[in-house]
Design a protein around this ligand. Structure first.
Ligand code: CA
Length: 332
């Protein structure tokens, strides 16, 4: 079964086109209706194709803003190759400001490679996997922590196990010029968009550029400048007139012991800050129960040494929520 998603845009036409993907969605108020997903195509010359997506999670905003500005501002005459730009890939989730789709409850970044006959989220994943990835030489899916997490901004690479592909992705990540590069060496879930793009041997970047359901000025600046450098690295745009950015700090996440999870319900009092270097056994935070003031706080400790790159944003926690995760210096 092939995709039912359609567009009036032509992926092979030179110039700048901005329109929509149409995902047929028959409901009570609109029998022959469509979910529309904004799409931009900017093409010219014989260079490579770069696919850029944001809004895979709808409550992560730096990438959505960066890709919106890119589409608005880019001069197609400056492009050698092709950009395929989707600023709010899970459009129903993005319109609702939610991580997951309000239509089917699904998380697009746990839906790959997707299903053309599944719910809207699965159908979007399938379109990316079966139509967009085969056209792409390089791909970046731009994330942040969303409503529940805050991230120290970084560009990321997910280890694929293919040494040549991983080396090309690291070269692209270094060219992106963020101050921090995180290598996901531990990401067992095969349903991520970058897991599927790795399977299709596409040079793939991710990145977390803020969080808390807000917009990080610093994260947005890093991603905007990084996209320009990435396009130059790929030969799609002319090199930037700048001195090269300083080398990034390179860190990696290699196991479950990098994460701290809540072991009680209550209110999370963090005891370490983003960017802080911590030691195994150091306090990560307390969980208090204001409903039972005399009950001792549940103290949560870091399980290993590392740098705090991600922390829970809301104060309320339930047992099992992720409170924090660390990254360790890259072993090379
Ligand atoms: Ca995300």
């Amino acid at each position: 079964m092939s995709t039912q998603i359609w567009t009036r845009l032509d992926y092979d036409r030179p110039g700048k086109q901005v329109g929509h993907l149409h995902l047929p969605h028959s409901v009570h108020r609109s029998a022959y209706g469509n979910i529309v997903i904004p799409l931009g195509i900017v093409a010219g010359g014989k260079g490579p194709t770069l696919l850029l997506t944001a809004g895979t999670h709808g409550d992560e905003y730096e990438g959505q803003i960066a890709l919106t500005k890119l589409l608005r501002n880019i001069d197609p005459k400056s492009v050698n190759g092709r950009l395929i730009v989707i600023p709010m890939l899970n459009a129903p989730a993005a319109r609702a400001g939610m991580r997951t789709s309000p239509i089917d409850g699904a998380n697009l970044n746990r839906a790959f490679p997707g299903d053309p006959l599944g719910g809207p989220t699965a159908a979007i994943a399938h379109y990316v996997s079966s139509v967009l990835f085969p056209m792409a030489d390089a791909y970046q899916d731009i994330h942040a922590g969303g409503s529940s997490l805050d991230y120290l901004p970084f560009v990321s690479v997910r280890q694929s196990g293919d040494a040549d592909l991983d080396a090309r992705a690291m070269a692209a990540a270094r060219a992106f010029g963020a101050p921090l590069i995180q290598v996901w060496g531990y990401s067992p879930d095969p349903r991520l968009s970058t897991a599927e793009s790795n399977r299709q041997k596409i040079v793939s970047l991710g990145g977390e550029f803020g969080g808390g359901g807000a917009v990080s000025r610093r994260g947005l600046a890093i991603v905007e400048r990084g996209l320009e450098r990435l396009m130059a690295h790929l030969g799609i745009m002319a090199p930037l007139d700048e001195s090269p950015p300083p080398p990034a700090l390179e860190v990696e996440v290699q196991g479950r012991d990098h994460y701290v999870y809540a072991e009680a319900d209550g209110l999370f009092e963090p005891l370490a800050d983003l960017g802080e270097s911590v030691l195994a056994g150091q306090p990560c935070g307390n969980v208090h129960d204001p409903d039972d003031p005399l009950r001792p706080a549940a103290l949560h400790l870091f399980r290993r040494d590392g740098m705090l790159v991600c922390r829970r944003h809301p104060g309320q926690v339930r047992r099992g929520d992720c409170l924090a995760h660390l990254a360790a210096p890259r072993r090379g």
